[in-house]
Design a protein around this ligand. Structure first.
Ligand code: SAM
Ligand code: SF4
Length: 352
């Protein structure tokens, strides 16, 4: 099987170009942005099969010897914080809870960089049993993905009947201080009518709900610009049941725009990646589960730090590869361009 058939990009290199880069330790790019938010994918495996993300059969497995080990992840996270100015780290996947050594990864990172917030994006399946241990290991916050509180709707969208486990996971996260719990919901036509019930549930459970416009990163390649649910459509649906008052983007590098619900203080967020793109203020840098650096979800350019790590590169060399990877970051995702081509890796293989 070729790399492309496995959903892996063909464009990989070890030494990025650094021409014109200013002499600064930070992860700057040619467009004046500085990356301070690190997303670390730790697995391609998942307990769900959301239609906007995974194929029904799951992603092709990453061979065990290509997956970064817990120690390698800890080393790279510490380096990113200590040498490159990263200020927040989020673990994602695939589903991070699929890794049995997740607690070890979190504890290792917390020990090396105790003042850096560690967060996780999870589907919440089985979180109820691990929330306490994760909090004790040093995890600060979780975002849980939940698209609907309708059991049938959930089972159809995720191809698994696990709604109860997710709801229990959210409650356990709150009970163990992994707060504030944010809930992420991808905007899909089939669950749009259920959005007000989801908002009601989140208000009652004191979770902050953020809707995300669907991006062309699904393994089944069914995304179509003309079909996608936009932020504007969602506002109409929510507006029929709640009074919404726009407050905008409180932090300029945060992707969610916010609306006060029924006079506040509760808010609902919308991450309108497609129709109100925010690439100009993007501060993300990404590490895949198999040890590739990516500067953007939508670029196929990857830089291999696994090989560097395993062939004896020291921290200074790895930091230089990382700086170069970010220096070459694109201006934006280009979804609306006529010649737009989705990246070869899909969301579950990059880490959202
Ligand atoms: N399994 C975990 C989860 O679902 O939260 C973490 C990985 S998942 C890829 C990270 C986030 O990406 C989730 O909030 C998910 O809803 C979102 N996501 C997946 N596919 C997407 C797509 N095509 N467009 C927009 N968001 C997507
Ligand atoms: Fe799994 Fe998360 Fe993708 Fe859903 S969005 S299939 S939970 S990785």
């Amino acid at each position: 099987m070729t790399l492309v058939e496995m959903g892996m990009p063909a464009v990989r290199s070890r030494r990025p170009a650094l021409d014109g880069r200013p002499d600064t330790p930070a992860l700057v790019d040619r467009f004046g942005r500085v990356a301070r938010d690190l997303r670390v994918s730790i697995t391609e495996k998942c307990s769900l099969r959301c239609t906007y993300c995974m194929p029904a059969e799951g992603l092709p497995p990453i061979p065990a010897d290509e997956l970064l080990t817990a120690d390698e992840i800890v080393r790279l996270v510490a380096l990113a914080v200590e040498e490159l100015g990263v200020r927040e780290v989020r673990f994602t996947g695939g589903e991070p809870l699929m890794r049995r050594d997740l607690e070890r990864i979190i504890a290792g990172c917390h020990e090396r960089v105790p003042h850096t917030p560690l967060a996780m994006t999870t589907n919440g399946v089985g979180l109820a049993h691990r929330a306490r241990g994760l909090a004790q290991a040093g995890l600060h916050r979780v975002n849980v993905s939940l698209d609907t509180v309708d059991r049938l709707g959930f089972a159809r969208l995720t191809r698994r009947d696990r709604l109860d486990s997710v709801l229990a996971g959210i409650r356990a996260a709150r009970a163990n201080g992994l707060a504030p719990v944010k809930v992420n919901a991808v905007l899909m036509r089939q669950t749009l009518a259920e959005a007000p019930d989801l908002l009601r549930w989140c208000l009652d459970e004191e979770c902050e709900l953020r809707f995300i416009e669907e991006m062309p990163l699904d393994a089944d390649h069914e995304w179509a610009r003309a079909n996608m649910v936009t932020a504007a459509e969602l506002l109409e649906v929510l507006g029929a049941r709640f009074t919404l008052e726009e407050v905008g983007r409180l932090d300029p590098s945060a992707p969610a725009e916010k609306w006060l619900v029924d006079g506040g203080p509760a808010v609902v967020g919308i991450i309108a990646t497609v129709t109100r793109k925010f690439c100009d203020t993007c501060d993300r840098t990404r590490l895949t589960a198999d040890g590739m650096l990516r500067s953007c979800l939508f670029s196929d350019q990857e830089f291999d730090v696994r090989q560097a790590l395993r062939t004896g590169a020291d921290d200074a060399e790895i930091a230089e590869i990382w700086r170069g990877a970010m220096w070459n970051k694109w201006a934006g995702h280009g979804i609306d361009a006529e010649n737009f081509v989705p990246p070869e890796r899909t969301m579950g293989a990059i880490g959202g």
